[in-house]
Design a protein around this ligand. Structure first.
Ligand SMILES: O=P(O)(O)OP(=O)(O)OP(=O)(O)OC[C@H]1O[C@@H](n2cnc3c(O)ncnc32)[C@H](O)[C@@H]1O
Ligand SMILES: [Mg+2]
Length: 203
């Protein structure tokens, strides 16, 4: 890929935009929200995070005429056989709502004992140079934690108030923004993406 100086973030999620924007802005990459180009929400018909991220990136790149970075992510809970997984945003149905999703997760986990409440956040990032890019840059990363019985903290977004990090002694919603980006599935996926981008541009 030629030097990346500008891209569109193929997401309608304000939390993701904030987190990815904070990581990309200092690198001299001009980041546009897809709302600047009136990119509509695409139907996430894939069965994997990768497929859904590709759909989102392709549509945003097609409409904006810019390289596009998409994030498809979610929470896979051990005791729920990996659910809500790719359906995390709509766990409690449409329209998507973090509060109702968290209530549904608490309810689903009500009988699950301490010690069996492990879960992973997953994040897949896809970067397309243009809508027909045949070699998308794809990375994925996870973040292990446990599901709390009661919400804690005001930061982050989505399931963060229920995502407990034993090593930090805090929920993801109790971490500072920079700390979450340093540790999270999204922050680590972006580091991997930047490394791969560097490798490609120097080869
Ligand atoms: O598809 P876009 O437009 O990017 O926005 P979205 O919110 O629909 O995003 P996804 O389809 O990728 O669904 C991801 C859901 O997983 C949850 N999630 C992902 N990363 C998270 C994080 O860092 N903290 C809390 N919840 C997260 C959150 O509920 C998201 O809505
Ligand atoms: Mg979505």
């Amino acid at each position: 890929m030629s030097q990346l100086t500008e891209l569109v973030l193929a997401s309608g999620n304000a939390g993701k935009l904030k987190e990815l924007g904070a990581l990309l802005a200092p690198l001299g990459i001009k980041v546009h929200a897809q709302s600047e180009f009136a990119v509509p929400e695409v139907e996430e018909t894939g069965l994997t995070f990768v497929e859904n991220a590709l759909l989102k990136a392709r549509e945003a790149s097609r409409i904006s005429g810019l390289p596009a970075l998409a994030d498809d992510s979610g929470l896979a809970v051990d005791a729920l056989d990996g659910r809500p997984g790719i359906y995390s945003a709509r766990f409690a149905g449409e329209p998507k709502d973090d509060g109702r999703n968290n209530d549904k997760l608490l309810e689903a986990m009500a009988e699950v004992p301490e010690g069996s409440r492990g879960a992973s956040y997953w994040c897949v990032l896809v970067l397309l140079e243009h809508p027909e890019d045949p070699v998308p840059l794809i990375v994925q990363a996870d973040w292990r934690g446990e599901i709390l019985a009661h919400p804690r903290g005001e930061g982050g977004f989505g399931y963060d108030p229920l995502f407990w990090l034993p090593d930090q002694g805090a929920s993801a919603a109790e971490l500072g923004a920079a700390e979450k980006n340093r540790l999270s599935h999204r922050g680590r996926a972006l580091s991997a993406l930047l490394l791969e981008l560097e490798r490609r541009s120097s080869s």
